[in-house]
Design a protein around this ligand. Sequence first.
Ligand code: ADP
Ligand code: MG
Length: 254
Amino acid sequence: MATAAPLLTIKELNKSYGDLHVLKNVALDVHAGEVVSIIGASGSGKSTFLRCLNVMEMPQSGFMNFDEFSFDFRDGARAQPTDEQLRLLRARIGMVFQSYNLWPHMTVLENVIEAPLRVKKMSRKLAIELAESLLSRVGLYEKRHQYPARLSGGQQQRVAIARALAMKPQLMLFDEVTSALDPELVGEVLALMASLAEEGMTMLLVTHEIAFAREVSSRVVFFDQGVMAEDGPPQSVLHNPESPRLRQFLSRIL
Ligand code: ADP
Ligand code: MG
């Protein structure tokens, strides 16, 4: 496994909003089965980076390989992603956000079958079977006919995760998925993510839950003002940080 090519490779990625240079020559490799946690101060570019990975944001420059996809984001480059490639790519990279964004007018089950039906053109019967098994997996089978508003924040976030898993993604991106939850609901969502990690799901997650990052991550990456300042095993990055800015960041949140 150590010799296999990475599932995802990012090189020299740059993203600006107007004059604001948010991501500065970011590089990252993620191998299948790895869990990479991204930490860093608010505004350091973590969310922007995740949004660039499924190309919800178009970087100004950089290279990306994901499985058989190979993109060059430079203006006018021949390997700029086509709309069709982006559609295929996004079906294979699941994303869950801080605000769970379930469709309020659909039941839990309808939320989960929507993308398999529409994007994958799966039959309704198969989509329902898949959704039911995923809802069992996240402990919410009994809630399948409820509307999201009737669920707690932690339950809604678990539905959002089931919805993303319904596309059978090769990579899952989690952006501070527990930050909006009441403290007593954080644990159930982290436990679900930990079990996904244990099953071998490849995951990239932005989190402020340092204890969780230490426990589940293969690697921890520190973003500092748009620069990937540290990248290493949790023990070294979290317990033996090289940069004074990471030491300072950790002392503020621990
Ligand atoms: P983080 O997730 O680490 O808190 P973000 O990636 O959300 O950071 O934001 C990084 C910087 O980019 C911030 O200064 C933010 O204000 C800016 N930014 C993010 N999205 C946009 C946008 N759509 N337009 C303009 N500026 C943005
Ligand atoms: Mg963010």
